[in-house]
Design a protein around this ligand. Structure first.
Ligand code: NAD
Length: 469
């Protein structure tokens, strides 16, 4: 039974809810569900801890971040096991991406914060400089697709900037957060600096609306982002939103077919397509369109399957497969449910799928599906490819595949997305800005941009009298 973590202590309060194993569909565990009283207790604990934590020198807080990174290393295998139990991810991905990125997040923000200069301007007769103050108590609301990676991506900068936090992980993936609570306790982190509560969206709603919460950082769907925005509007709380996407990729005929297919397969099928940065719309130059579709369809059949997170999400993905069929699409690969002949048949799997022949106006090409699926369409000119890629209400990420240096820069700079990759996908330097345009988010996190969000500058100006000595 997973318990909340409040004021440095496990708290077994509230009713409970089941957590399912997506590989088999079976109930794998239970967690406590935060009610208004639990939420209030967590926010109060965070407020109480805020005074000492915020006044600690940043170098000391950076030291705590390094100790948390060491704590994660020490509990690496437990975190891997918890993450796999909740998501059905592969051992390989969990060991090389999800948990290591959590360590990297704490180490990177320890360095970035400790080395960050403040502004100072000296004009004749005055000196203006800024000091940065934390926001106070930050609500951290995160989704299920990369639970530990995304939670720590927000926690590390929020904490090192001097905030205390109340985290609400997804109802589908409480496991790695529960292990992290133990890591905080084992490290001796001051009680109340990190508080973790479990529950559904209703618990998240109670948290963001709580008057003791000063700011909200959220990763999740655009729909939930919009609901949160309305909930906090009256109190004008600062928000940072990393939301959904409908990411496009463009393949030019000089790209090198093998490289473009390989990279595209990774960008479509990684994590069962359940990464906000995954590609769902591909545009391929007409001369190589058929070869590209055939090769991608082969790759789709070779993918190691990862389940969808829930029965509900699986139904959603399958409904888009049915929609494509009903609109006369050609299913180049997949399109239904895989049969294993073992315990996985009651799990939440869908086939990796490649679709062609749908209009750009189809809901299939406009709405985020969040599964191992993409639509591929041909284009004739560079300008047309750019228009097609930009013809979405979302703008999180895009990929460009070409050997032309000029074209790579030209196209990348015209794509309406917060992140553009050329001849690769998912490569990240944690110091660079991360976020989306249009329906894909508000604000940027990453490097000093994260610290900008998690703190507010006060400008201090001193008049300097000009006296002769
Ligand atoms: P979701 O919006 O359903 O849930 C995200 C979190 O918000 C969960 O913890 C949920 O319990 C909570 N929540 C739900 N309703 C709430 C409310 N009214 N108030 C407060 N909290 C509430 O998203 P999901 O299905 O968990 O995640 C998938 C989505 O996340 C996709 O749209 C994906 O693109 C997006 N995502 C974006 C990024 C990014 O960096 N832009 C990264 C990962 C995932």
């Amino acid at each position: 039974m997973l318990t909340h973590f409040i004021g440095g202590q496990p708290v077994a309060a509230g009713t409970t809810f089941p957590v399912h194993d997506p590989v088999t569909g079976a109930v794998a565990g239970q967690a406590h569900e935060a009610d208004p009283e639990v939420v209030d207790r967590a926010v109060r604990a965070a407020r109480q801890a805020a005074r000492d934590w915020s006044s600690m020198p940043v170098g000391e807080r950076a030291g705590w971040m390094r100790r948390l990174a060491e704590g994660i290393e020490a509990r690496f295998d437990d975190l891997v096991a918890a993450e796999i139990a909740d998501t059905g991810k592969s051992l390989e991905q969990t060991r090389t991406l999800d948990i290591p990125r959590g360590i990297a997040n704490f180490r990177a923000f320890a360095e970035i914060a400790a080395q960050r200069p403040e502004d100072a301007f000296h004009l004749s007769g005055m000196l203006s400089y800024t000091v940065r103050r934390p926001l106070g108590v930050v609500a951290v609301i995160v989704p299920w697709n990369l639970p530990f990676l995304l939670m720590t991506w927000k926690l590390a900068p929020a904490l090192v900037a001097g905030n205390t936090v109340v985290v609400k992980p997804s109802e589908h993936t409480p496991g790695s957060a529960a292990v992290f609570a133990e890591i905080c306790a084992e490290a001796g982190l001051p009680p109340g600096v990190v508080n973790i509560i479990f529950g559904y969206g209703s618990a998240g709603q109670l948290l963001v609306e709580h008057p003791g919460v000063d700011a909200v950082t959220f990763t999740g769907s655009t729909k939930t982002g919009s609901t949160i925005m309305k909930s906090v509007a009256d109190r004008v709380k600062p928000i940072s939103f990393e939301l959904g996407g409908k990411n496009a990729g463009i393949v030019f005929d000089d790209a090198g077919l093998d490289r473009a297919v390989e990279g595209t397969a990774k960008s479509v099928f990684t994590n069962g397509g359940q990464v906000c940065l995954c590609t769902e719309r591909m545009y391929v130059q007409r001369s190589i369109f058929e070869d590209f579709c055939a090769a991608l369809a082969v790759r789709a059949q070779e993918v190691e399957l990862q389940p969808m997170i829930s029965a509900e999400h699986r139904e959603k993905v399958l409904s888009y497969y049915a929609l494509a069929r009903s609109e006369g699409a050609k299913m180049r690969a997949g399109g239904s449910v895989p049969l294993f002949g073992d315990h996985r048949d009651s799990g939440y799997f869908v086939e990796p799928t490649v679709v062609t022949g749908l209009s750009e106006w189809s809901r299939f090409n406009r709405e985020e599906i969040f599964g191992p699926v993409c639509h591929v369409a041909p284009f004739d000119s560079e300008a047309e490819a750019i228009d097609l890629a930009n013809g979405s209400e979302y703008g999180l990420a895009a990929t460009v595949w070409t050997a032309g240096l000029d074209r790579a820069h030209r196209v990348a700079q015209r794509l309406e997305a917060g992140l553009v990759w050329v001849n690769t996908w998912y490569l990240r330097d944690l110091r660079t800005p991360f976020g989306g345009v249009k329906l894909s988010g508000i604000g940027r996190e990453g490097g000093t941009r994260s610290l900008d969000f998690y703190s507010e500058p006060t400008t201090i100006t001193i008049k300097l009298e000009q006296h002769d000595a």
